[in-house]
Design a binder for this molecule. Structure first.
Ligand SMILES: *Cc1c(COP(=O)(O)O)cnc(C)c1O
Length: 384
């Protein structure tokens, strides 16, 4: 009975073009993917710098596993905080310019930990409408009053802040919007946070490693100093090429999170071998200007290649280049037609993006070659 109900709802997802299927890769992460024995050119991964399969990181992970083992065995506050974790936190703090950093197992968990630790009942969170799902869930978990402002609209946010009687206020935003590729107006957000005495929590999942001098992230992109009311979250499974996340900030706020973020406290610390790989990754990131230049050139090549075509790109300056289609089924059809030509581009549909804005999310990496982009442009032109 209850299973029939579920099956009915699964059938409805299928009808609406919303059922999601996985493909199993028979190759490591990279532009050349093997699926069902076929070779595909992939534009799906968030491995922006092409580090997920980088020999120096693999070596560091192997050496780390030999020296420290594979598992940490316990949560950080019990006995799972090993030398490689401490060293990585130190490096992340130095790299981002904050006093301290704290490691989390994933970005999703970091967000679920930060927001409820800082605000609760009687407080208010001011959130950009296009924020990532993990930030939306974090607000719900906090039980704070949720106020969503139109995407990147500082004037609307200012009105909400001015009208608020909440005890504590927290402004919450993606730094680079994950399905649009554009940047939040971070200097304006910080100015409002200062004026209304609010926290500013910045999720830089797609900016860390990619934007700013030496890839130090979106705050560095805007040349913003490490302000004490800013809580900066970066993830380590995208540009950094491995897994995990961190929060950086003022010493006091990081100590508070160590004491109160439940997704930090009640979970096993990440693998020390991965922490070793990530320390190696940070060094590579800092020295990867050529990879970041490559990314910019590839984005320009795609934009130039599709200019004047019916394919409508959003104004994104980053590695995330969405082609807006609109209808779910239409987006799936274009993705399927590309797939038949050996090009793997994901069709992103609601609830990941607002209804009526289904899109192809072209994700570029430094491991792509100009001829890869030429293939994608030619195929899209061909499908016009
Ligand atoms: C991917 C992503 C996360 C989640 O990070 P994981 O480490 O993959 O759990 C959080 N926020 C944004 C904006 C993301 O794109």
């Amino acid at each position: 009975m209850i299973l029939d109900q579920l099956q009915g709802r699964l059938d409805a997802l299928q009808r609406d073009g919303l059922r999601r299927a996985r493909r199993t890769l028979e190759s490591p992460c990279g532009p050349a993917a093997q699926v069902d024995g076929a070779r595909l050119l992939s534009f799906c991964s968030n491995d922006y710098l092409g580090l997920a399969n980088e020999p120096a990181l693999i070596d560091a992970a192997c050496a780390g596993a030999r020296a420290w083992g594979v598992g940490s065995g316990a949560s950080h506050l019990v006995s799972g905080h090993l030398g490689p974790h401490a060293a990585l936190e130190q490096r992340l703090a130095e790299f981002t310019g904050f006093a301290r950093a704290l490691l989390f197992s994933t970005g999703y968990m970091a967000n679920l930990g930060i927001v409820p630790a800082l605000v609760g009942r009687g407080d208010a969170v001011f959130a950009d409408r296009l924020n990532h799902a993990s930030l939306i869930d974090a607000v719900q978990l906090s039980r704070a009053d949720s106020q969503r402002y139109p995407h990147a609209d500082l004037a609307a946010l200012e009105r909400l802040l001015a009208a608020s009687r909440a005890n504590r206020k927290l402004i919450l935003t993606d730094a680079v919007f994950s399905m649009d590729g554009d940047l939040a107006p971070l200097p304006g957000l910080l100015e409002l946070a200062e004026r209304f005495d609010a926290w500013l929590v910045v999720d830089d999942a797609h900016g860390f490693g990619v934007l700013g001098a030496q890839g130090r992230g979106s705050l560095a992109h805007f040349e913003m100093p490490a302000a004490s009311r800013v809580v900066y979250m970066g993830t380590l499974g995208k540009a950094a090429g491995a897994a995990g996340a961190f929060v950086a900030g003022d010493r006091t706020v990081i100590e508070w999170l160590q004491q109160h973020a439940r997704t930090y406290i009640f979970t096993t610390a990440g693998s020390p071998a991965i922490a070793c790989a990530l320390s190696a990754s940070l060094e590579l990131i800092a020295n990867s200007d050529c990879r970041r230049n490559r990314l910019r050139q590839l984005a320009a090549q795609l934009r130039d290649g599709l200019a004047g075509s019916r394919w409508q790109l959003l104004p994104s300056p980053t590695a995330i280049q969405p082609v807006i289609i609109g209808d779910n089924h239409a987006a799936l059809r274009v993705a399927a037609a590309l797939y038949e030509r050996g090009l793997w581009v994901p069709a992103i549909r609601p609830p990941t993006v607002p209804r009526g804005t289904a899109r192809l999310r072209v994700s570029l990496t430094a491991a792509h070659q100009p001829q890869d982009l030429a293939r994608l442009v030619d195929a899209l032109r061909d499908l016009e």
